[in-house]
Design a protein around this ligand. Structure first.
Ligand code: GLY
Length: 342
């Protein structure tokens, strides 16, 4: 097991890469524990859960809402859960996001931790203290920054991931490599078969390197005032595609990264050959690099992006594979990209 730390303004988060779900009980306080999970994770791994009340939520992006949060609040009130409560989210990004939001707001905040059970949650969503829900069709519009006390990343539970869930995680690993780490990018290129099959070695490398990259960035900029914005590479277009066309997150981010790389090249920041390399890797990992879109609707979604300030968007531009910068791009320039590239 490898241990990393995030020292956030809301507390320390210990990231346990290679720890087992079965050891979760050793990280819990003696007070009341409530587990939040989904039906799939409970069915597959419920026998490894520690003692404690289990609250099961639905599955899919559609349940990441304030209604689900309210349902959980009702259960916690019925359980007479007080401020000594510890909540553990065992699941993927949706479970972690909802658990963190519930724990941060119930009784003005109780202690919480995660067991991240998808590649996406282990390399990105479970790490870094962003918790929240979608609102009015827009991703993560309502939420808080608050660090989980621990995040357990158990490689064993990745064996049961669906191909789609694998793709979601791989897109975020490519993102980390593209924005900060050309050696990780080279590793992915050279080890496509191992990466696709999530071999033990590949999982160890991808999860550990991603958690190192993300924790270092979050330690420098927890509240996304500057450098953390780089972690949104591919997500400006990606979130718009997800909203309008309901494509899975990984596919949307993959297409979004290609569009951002092409814009980087168009602005003279990135060599064309690097755009080709990014596209080749994504395709080798069975991730899409383009799709037909409803341009008017995608442009409308871009106008509601969280990263927009007046008519400008904090947009992540690549300078080379392994180095990104954040630039303020006028919204009309991004709208032109939709017309040209999609
Ligand atoms: N997923 C981007 C971030 O955590 O900042």
């Amino acid at each position: 097991m490898k241990i990393l730390e995030i020292n956030g303004s809301t507390g320390k988060s210990t990231l346990l890469v290679g720890e087992k779900l079965a050891n979760l009980a050793t990280y819990l306080p003696p007070s009341q524990t409530v587990i939040i999970t989904d039906g799939n994770v409970r069915h597959l791994y419920g026998d490894q859960f520690p003692e404690g009340r289990v609250i099961e939520i639905g599955m899919g992006e559609g349940i990441k809402t304030l209604e689900t949060v309210q349902d959980i609040f009702r259960e916690l009130v019925a359980l007479q859960a007080d401020r000594t409560l510890f909540i553990v989210g065992i699941g993927g990004g949706i479970v972690c996001d909802i658990t963190g939001f519930v724990a941060s707001t119930y009784l003005r905040g109780v202690r919480f931790g995660f067991v991240a059970t998808t590649l996406l949650a282990q390399v990105d969503a479970g790490v870094g203290g962003k918790n929240g829900v979608n609102f009015s069709g827009y991703k993560n519009m309502v939420g808080v920054f608050n660090q989980p006390e621990f995040v357990i990343c158990d490689p064993e539970v990745l064996r049961t991931l669906s191909v789609q869930d694998r793709g979601c995680g791989l897109a975020e690993v490519v993102k980390h490599a593209a924005i900060t780490d050309d050696r990780l990018f080279g590793y992915l290129e050279k080890n496509v078969a191992e990466v696709l099959s999530l071999s033990s070695e590949a999982v160890q490398r991808m999860v550990y390197d991603s958690v190192v990259i993300k924790s270092e960035i979050v330690n420098r900029d927890e509240k996304e005032r500057g450098e953390r914005r780089k972690l949104n590479f591919g997500h400006t277009f990606g979130h718009a595609l997800e909203k309008v066309h309901r494509v899975p997150h990984g596919e949307a981010v993959s297409i979004g990264m290609m569009a951002a790389a092409k814009l980087s090249a168009k602005k003279g920041r990135l060599a064309d050959a690097q755009v080709v390399r990014l596209g080749n890797l994504l395709e080798l990992l069975n991730l899409p690099t383009r799709m037909a879109v409803d341009k008017a609707k995608v442009i409308d979604a871009l106008r509601h992006d969280k990263k927009r300030e007046n008519d400008m968007v904090h947009f992540v531009i690549l300078r080379r594979l392994g180095e990104a910068v954040v630039e303020q791009i006028p919204l009309p320039e991004l709208e032109a990209v939709i017309h040209e590239l999609f």
